[in-house]
Design a protein around this ligand. Structure first.
Ligand SMILES: Cc1cc2nc3c(=O)[nH]c(=O)nc-3n(C[C@H](O)[C@H](O)[C@H](O)COP(=O)(O)OP(=O)(O)OC[C@H]3O[C@@H](n4cnc5c(N)ncnc54)[C@H](O)[C@@H]3O)c2cc1C
Length: 268
């Protein structure tokens, strides 16, 4: 089925890590008054490659809905077609345009908001930034309902902690937002967390259970309860490459978590 294509005009492009060749983009959809979407969804970019073949790639929306604008966070993939097409868009004032369709996807926060563990590596931070903006809108009413929100972000080096200043500033003013970047190849002078995200996720869950007097592993849910009636007091949202997503899912299953509590988006 042909999808309606929208033309998105580049409004801002910023290289947020030279080392990782990661870019933050702001696009405007001039033909629309607003572009509503749920934080965590993605758009599909469409472009013709050098062989005349139409290529489509998904990119998570890296912000909460904001008028007729949307933001992306994309890193160059070596030899990749679309990521380079985006990263090579000429800087302003020329800017240029891309074609997209969307929004798409079901990687969204459960309502009402519960305690939530957001887990990302690399550009998997994109939908998490959207979640965080939607829970703690700048200048708007807090939508987190006082629930505990942990953002566990894994990357190799300090230079690839995307949007660090934003998340640190939010954590400093919002006591229920916990920002936990962890480095797998930290330099000697790094004083923050080290290692892989799954270790830290397990620790958060153990500490939370101890605080609430809950036992681990969580006892299995009665299979007679219909899926639609299952409500949990904590969910995990995981985004990144499949290897990391699988490791975190396995770890959570080992702690007795139900599969409905684990919401994930895989980039590969
Ligand atoms: C739902 C969804 C949301 C996504 N959101 C984002 C996002 O917000 N930001 C973002 O940067 N990417 C995101 N991706 C990945 C994106 O769709 C592309 O796969 C990625 O940009 C590479 O596309 P390409 O055309 O440049 O490379 P291709 O021409 O498709 O691939 C070139 C080579 O690189 C390998 N490759 C493909 N993807 C990756 C990767 N991610 N890392 C390393 N190697 C890879 C391929 O196996 C192939 O060998 C998302 C994917 C999905 C499914």
């Amino acid at each position: 089925m042909a999808r309606e294509l929208l033309t998105a005009r580049l409004e801002r492009k910023e290289c947020i890590s030279e080392v990782a060749q990661c870019y933050h983009f702001v696009f405007v959809l001039d033909e629309l008054e607003s572009f509503p979407f749920a934080a965590g969804q993605f758009v599909s970019g469409v472009a013709v490659d050098a062989n005349g073949k139409l290529q489509t790639r998904a990119y998570s929306l890296a912000s909460a809905a904001n008028g007729n604008k949307f933001e992306l966070c994309v890193n160059r993939v070596e030899e990749g077609f679309f990521s380079n097409h985006l990263a090579d868009l000429p800087d302003l004032p020329i800017g240029g345009t891309i074609q997209i369709h969307g929004p798409h996807g079901h990687f969204i926060l459960h309502e009402p908001v519960t305690d939530s563990i957001l887990v990302a590596t690399g550009t998997g931070i994109a939908p998490m930034r959207g979640f965080v903006q939607s829970l703690f809108p700048e200048g708007g009413p807090d939508r987190s309902n006082g629930k505990q929100i942990w953002l566990v972000y894994g990357t190799r080096h300090e230079s690839d902690i995307y949007y660090r200043a934003e998340f640190e500033a939010l954590a400093a003013r919002q006591p229920n937002f916990h920002y936990l970047p962890t480095l797998s190849r930290a330099e000697k002078n790094w004083t923050g967390m080290r290692g892989y995200v799954q270790e830290h996720v397990a620790r958060i869950i153990e500490e939370r259970a101890a605080r609430l007097g809950q036992t681990l592993p969580v006892p299995p849910v009665d299979p007679a309860i219909p899926a639609a009636e299952l409500n949990f007091d904590v969910y995990a949202y995981i985004c990144g490459l499949n290897e990391m997503v699988s490791s975190v899912r396995e770890r959570l299953s080992g702690l007795g978590w139900h599969k409905k509590q684990i919401v994930f988006e895989r980039y590969d």
